[in-house]
Design a protein around this ligand. Structure first.
Ligand SMILES: Nc1ncnc2c1ncn2[C@@H]1O[C@H](COP(=O)(O)OP(=O)(O)OP(=O)(O)O)[C@@H](O)[C@H]1O
Ligand SMILES: [Mg+2]
Length: 252
C-alpha cells in the first residue's frame, strides 16, 4: 500500500478538493484507493464527496466500529473514511488506543493499493502523526504569496520532524507556466535555507467547472471528466501511480 499525505501551509488552498479528486483519478486507473479524513480542525471530506456515512472515525475511536467497518464507497468507486472531527478525540485517547488505531490503518493494506490522507493546514503534533505514516507528502500551494510563505514554514517543520520526508509540491489554481516559475524560486529557497530537496509534482488550473462541481458536492474528475482541472489531476495521478510501482520495487 502506498500512503500519501496531502497538506498545505495555509488553509483553503484546495487540499480536500485535490485529495478527493486525486483519489477518484487513481481509482480510475484501476488502483483501489482510499481517501481518509485526517483534518482535525474541519473534517469535511464527506461533504466534498457528497456522501453521508452513518458511521465515521468517531465510532472507531470510541471502539464501536473498526476502520474497515466504517469504510464507505464514494464517487467513482473510491473508498472513503470520513472524520466528523474525530481526530482531537483520537489524540486524547492515549498511547494504547492510538497504537490499536494505527494497527487498523496498517490493516487497510489488505484491500487498498493507495491510501490518501487529507490533513489540516499547518503541521501540529496531531497532523504529524499522519505525516509519519505517509511515504510521500504532497504540499498543496496556491500562487498567493502568503500560501507560498506558509508552505515554506510547513516544509521546514516537516523536515525538522522527519528529516527523510519525501516532499512533492502541487500548485493549485495556477497555470502551468506560473506554477513552474513559482516552484523554481520555492525550491531555491528550500535548498538555500534547509539544504533539502522538494520535487515539482504538477499544477491544477483554476477552473470554474471544477468550482461548480464542488459546489454541487461532486467530484469534477467523475462528473466533469473533460474539464481542465480534471485533466490536470489525471496527469498527476499517472505520476503518483508510478511512485507506487517504485515503492513496490523497493519493498521487493
Ligand atoms: N482548481 C480549482 N479551481 C477552482 N476552484 C477550486 C480549485 N481547487 C479548489 N477550489 C475551490 O477552493 C475552495 C477551497 O477548497 P478546499 O475546501 O478543498 O480547501 P482546503 O485546503 O481543503 O481547505 P481547509 O484548509 O479549510 O481544509 C473550494 O471552494 C473549492 O471549490
Ligand atoms: Mg480541507
Amino acid at each position: 500500500m502506498l500512503t500519501i499525505a496531502i497538506t498545505s501551509g495555509k488553509g483553503g488552498v484546495g487540499k480536500t478538493t485535490f485529495a478527493a479528486n486525486l483519489a477518484a483519478a487513481l481509482q480510475e486507473t484501476g488502483e483501489q484507493t482510499t481517501v481518509f479524513d485526517a483534518d482535525l480542525q474541519l473534517a469535511n471530506l464527506d461533504i466534498v464527496l457528497g456522501i453521508a456515512p452513518t458511521h465515521n472515525l468517531q465510532h472507531v475511536v470510541s471502539g464501536e466500529k473498526t476502520l474497515r467497518e466504517i469504510a464507505t464507497t464514494g464517487p467513482g468507486g473510491l473508498t472513503a473514511i470520513t472524520g466528523a472531527s474525530a481526530v482531537p478525540m483520537l489524540m486524547r485517547a492515549g498511547p494504547k488506543k492510538l497504537g490499536l488505531f494505527m494497527e487498523q490503518i496498517a490493516q487497510l493494506d489488505a484491500e487498498t493499493d493507495i491510501l490518501v490522507f487529507d490533513t489540516a493546514a499547518g503541521l501540529d503534533q496531531r497532523v504529524m502523526t499522519f505525516m509519519k505514516l505517509a511515504q510521500e507528502v504532497i504540499v498543496v500551494v496556491s500562487p498567493d504569496p502568503t500560501s507560498i510563505t506558509d508552505a515554506y514554514a510547513t516544509v521546514k517543520t516537516l523536515f525538522r520532524k522527519d528529516p527523510g520526508a519525501r516532499v512533492k509540491v502541487v500548485f493549485n489554481m495556477a497555470n502551468p507556466v506560473e506554477a513552474r516559475r513559482l516552484f523554481e524560486s520555492f525550491e531555491k529557497i528550500v535548498w538555500s535555507y534547509l539544504k533539502k530537496h522538494v520535487d515539482f509534482l504538477g499544477s491544477v488550473r483554476h477552473d470554474m467547472e471544477a468550482a461548480r462541481a464542488t459546489r454541487k458536492r461532486q467530484l469534477f474528475v467523475v462528473e466533469n471528466p473533460t474539464c481542465g482541472a480534471a485533466q490536470d489531476i489525471r496527469a498527476i495521478a499517472q505520476e503518483v501511480r508510478n511512485w507506487k510501482d517504485i515503492t513496490m520495487l523497493r519493498a521487493g
